[in-house]
Design a protein around this ligand. Structure first.
Ligand code: PNS
Length: 164
């Protein structure tokens, strides 16, 4: 039984994240999609909204026999990973620009907890420029999000802005 943690802010979940989860399902029996609770950041969506959206959009991805769970965590990722009895942390790497930061985190996490491996995965080229940060920026400036996030996420973003 191989369990991985896929951590992130998921504010909001993008098609790039879903692509990584689908690929991760080929390697792991269970993936916990773990949303970081970060009191220092002002998020677009609350943790509860992000959790709900993830749970909904995960229903429509190809996960085979891999069990997908959504959770949130505070504090050190490796402590959370150990508490969940996970073997690995999955991170997506889109471009060489991601690599430096990801390598630093992976090595720090290894130092803190040598039993947990970090696995880097590449998304489809189509998503190599997609990030939650750019999705929010494009959306707030009135750009089209089709193909970048699931339709449900775009609808929730519109709702949120409409409600103020
Ligand atoms: O989606 P993001 O914002 O790039 O995810 C970053 C995340 C959640 C993976 C990272 O910030 C993290 O692991 N935070 C938890 C705190 C921690 O363990 N810090 C030490 C990591 S070296």
């Amino acid at each position: 039984m191989r369990r991985a943690i896929y951590p992130g802010s998921f504010d909001p979940v993008t098609n790039g994240h879903l692509d990584i989860i689908e690929r991760g399902c080929k390697l792991f029996d269970e993936i916990i999609i773990a949303i970081l609770v970060n009191p220092d950041k002002q998020p677009f969506f609350s943790i509860e909204d992000r959790r709900q959206m993830l749970q909904e959009v995960l229903r429509s991805i190809a996960h085979g026999k891999c069990v997908l769970r959504v959770d949130d965590f505070e504090g050190l990722l490796v402590q959370y990973a150990v508490a969940q009895e996970a073997h690995a942390i999955v991170r997506g790497i889109r471009a060489i620009s991601d690599y430096e930061y990801e390598l630093q985190m992976a090595l720090m996490n290894r130092r803190l907890e040598p039993s947990i491996e970090t696995v880097f995965m590449m998304p489809a080229e189509t998503y190599s420029y997609v990030s939650s940060r750019l999705v929010k920026e494009v959306f707030l400036l009135g750009g089209e999000l089709e193909g970048l996030v699931p339709p449900l996420v775009e609808a929730r973003m519109k709702d949120k802005v409409a409600k103020g």
